[in-house]
Structure formats: structure tokens, C-alpha cells
Design a protein around this ligand. Structure first.
Ligand code: RP5
Length: 168
């Protein structure tokens, strides 16, 4: 049964939302993925958000752009954590999405990641689930160790070749 709901306002958000899905797959976390617009299909949105707890979801990752109400409205109706991903937009560089998602009034928090921060949203969802799942906690530690080893390897190559010959 899916533990994480990934929901996006449009298929134009897919590339960013896929990064969250990739992380969940890496950690073996089951998820459902849905395209659903709070503005364009409000009735279906209410059905999705009100039914999310009963479907067994523990976390919702919601991504949207522009006047991005999807994450905030999920948080209004779903009792468990909601992670919001502001989408980059051509008109305002994603600041419209960011402010719409991060500036929630007291009582309805949305854990907001960076503009286009799909991967971090996935990781944050894994961390939330890891609070009550030791095997996920161990996988997170291994993930951090791997990242650290990758940076060390880059520095080792830098020291070996010098910056002029360094190849990414
Ligand atoms: C939002 O409006 C979506 O989340 C998307 O980021 C933005 C633009 O949607 P489309 O016009 O590309 O469908 O609802």
C-alpha cells in the first residue's frame, strides 16, 4: 500500500516530481502519483485530499507552480505531514510558487523545499517515515555516507590533477 502521495498541479511539473519518486524508489518506499489541480478541478481535489488518510498515506508531497495552492490545501484537509515543492516559473522565477507555498498561516504548516527541490522532498518524506522505521533510518545513514565518499573522491582527484586539469 502506498505510504506517500505525490501530487502535482499539472503534467508540466512532472520532471521535478519525478525526482521525488526516484528517491522513494531508491529507498523502497511505496508511493502513488497523481496529477490534480486544486484550481481547475476543485471537487476532485477535495475527494483526493479527504480520502488520503483512509488510503493509508502517511505523507503527501505536493508540487505546484504560480498561485500554488495545492500543497496548502492538502495541508488543510490531510492531518499528516505535507511537503511542498514550489515550481520554477518563467514569469517570476518560481518566487510566486515559493511564497504561495511557504507563507502558510499559523496552524496549517507545509514543509517547503527549494524551488524545483524534488529530490529533497523525497528525502524529507523518507526521513519522516524513518522516525518509526529503523530499516529506513539505516538506509538514510548509508545514503549520507555514500554522499560523503563521493565528495571525498572529488577532492582526491582535485589534489591529484590540480584544478586546471580537473574534469567533472
Ligand atoms: C499550476 O500551474 C501547475 O502546478 C503548474 O506548475 C502551473 C502551470 O500549469 P500548466 O498551465 O502547465 O498546466 O497549477
Amino acid at each position: 500500500m502506498a505510504k506517500v502521495g505525490i501530487v502535482m498541479g499539472s503534467d508540466s511539473d512532472m520532471e521535478v516530481m519525478a525526482k521525488a519518486a526516484d528517491i522513494l524508489e531508491q529507498f523502497g518506499v511505496e508511493y502513488e502519483m497523481t496529477i490534480l489541480s486544486a484550481h481547475r478541478e476543485p471537487d476532485m481535489f477535495f475527494e483526493y485530499a479527504k480520502g488520503a488518510e483512509e488510503r493509508g498515506l502517511s505523507v503527501i508531497i505536493a508540487g505546484a507552480g504560480m498561485a500554488a495552492h495545492l500543497p496548502g490545501m492538502c495541508a488543510a484537509l490531510f492531518p499528516l505531514p505535507v511537503i511542498g515543492i514550489p515550481m520554477y516559473t518563467s514569469a517570476l522565477g518560481g518566487q510566486d510558487s515559493l511564497y504561495s507555498i511557504v507563507q502558510m498561516p499559523p496552524g496549517i504548516p507545509v514543509a517547503t523545499v527549494a524551488i524545483n527541490g524534488g529530490a529533497n522532498a523525497g528525502l524529507l518524506a523518507v526521513k519522516i517515515l524513518a522516525v518509526s522505521d529503523d530499516s529506513l533510518k539505516e538506509k538514510l545513514k548509508a545514503y549520507s555516507e555514500k554522499m560523503s565518499a563521493q565528495v571525498q573522491e572529488k577532492d582526491r582527484r582535485l589534489q591529484e590533477t590540480g584544478y586546471r586539469n580537473y574534469k567533472k
